[in-house]
Design a protein around this ligand. Sequence first.
Ligand code: URP
Ligand code: ZN
Ligand code: ZN
Length: 470
Amino acid sequence: MSILIKHGTIVTAVDEFVGDVLIEGEKITAVGANLEGKADKIIDASGKYILPGGIDQHVHYSFDFKGERVRGFETSNAAVAGGTTTVIEFVNQEQGKGIAETIANYDQKEVAPYAMADYSFHGVICDPRDEVFAEIPTLPEKGISTVKLFMAYKGLPFHSDDEAIFKALRASKEAGVTVMVHAENADVIDALQKDCLREGNTTPYYHAVSRPPLVEIEATERAINLAKMADAPIYIVHVTAKEVMETVRGAYSQGVPVYGETCTHYLVLDKEDLARPNFEGAKYVCSPALRTKQDQEALWEAVNKGWLNAVSSDHCGFNWQKQKHMGIDDFTNIPNGSPGVQDRLSVMWTYGVNQGKISKQRLVDLFATTPAKNNGLSEKGHIGVGYDADLVIFDPDHRAVISNEDSLHGVDYNTYEGMKMEGKVESVFLRGKLMVDRGNFIGEEGDGKFIHSKAYGLAYDAKEKRTSNV
Ligand code: URP
Ligand code: ZN
Ligand code: ZN
């Protein structure tokens, strides 16, 4: 099957031009102006943008918080409907099992039969035995090239201490595996949470009070120092605050291979959302906590200038009526995380591009191209010959308001409810298959496939080993 998309404005991380894209089978086989030749189907994209399908390198379809679990891959159509064609899922290692073994079981039972987006995995180290660190260098041959450790969440099974992080860094570096960390000081949070509860401060707003920026700054500095001691690169997930971003930028400018992302919600929401009445604030309980409008400005500048190299959703589909209400009398029991996989492109376009904070090229880079590189997905994230035909046709003129009624994520609220949405995902191709047609999802469960993540995704000191040519 061949498809020729004509007269669209093609946007890449470095370019923008009116042209055509030829898809043959699962691949892009030609890109250029006025492509001639036959195709089984011709689509006119005049007046529309053609963007690469997004890579969301930070999603949770299996996260469990105090016994409550998020919605799974049966809701991954939401990603595709929002222009994200590949998601990278954090899989918590099961106690007593290996990382690859845990992931293979999960993939077979809960991902492959349901996935509607392509997917890859980060292994979350939860059982830090020596055999587990010894397993790390073998992961890339199984298509897993990133591991993550949580410095936060004291007392929960996925919390890690510094010894585990240091050992993971040492084991990873020679194999080109990237260590990612959730950087917050778990002990201080625990003490501050106890203070809040003792004083009768139980509402969602105290989630932010008990997790001030300094707990993130301290842990980020510590993670960077651990990386320095291990002489290994490190990736800081979900950076939220100006000073945290400056810590990452400062270390990088001194030659430390430290990289970071932020997430959509930290760019447009702030801690006052946690104070919404009638327990609505619980919808915004995610960690690290939402910050201030000044932090939002600093984060926009950081993603514009490349000091943070990706914008992820940190999608976490907990239901408000039941699951978030676990914490009605005690904010520490509110499951952490908010949904957002469908809204990443809309929010970045409306509040980033259309408000002059980032260019369309920067959007493509943050949304697709660099997350693909970070994770060694060498055939994803770019519109070029030989790349997977993951494409979004985007109508910039559409105007709407974000509503949970239009969300496919399978939970009872939308984090961005009521915010304006400029532009619309009109069509989405996943490896050449039309998955979204005139705004309607038409794909099927099982359309998504596992994509091998190659080692040496991060460009630190191994450029010759880089897997992407962009
Ligand atoms: O609150 C969040 N971010 N929930 C998901 C787990 C994590 O910390 O990334
Ligand atoms: Zn986290
Ligand atoms: Zn997360």
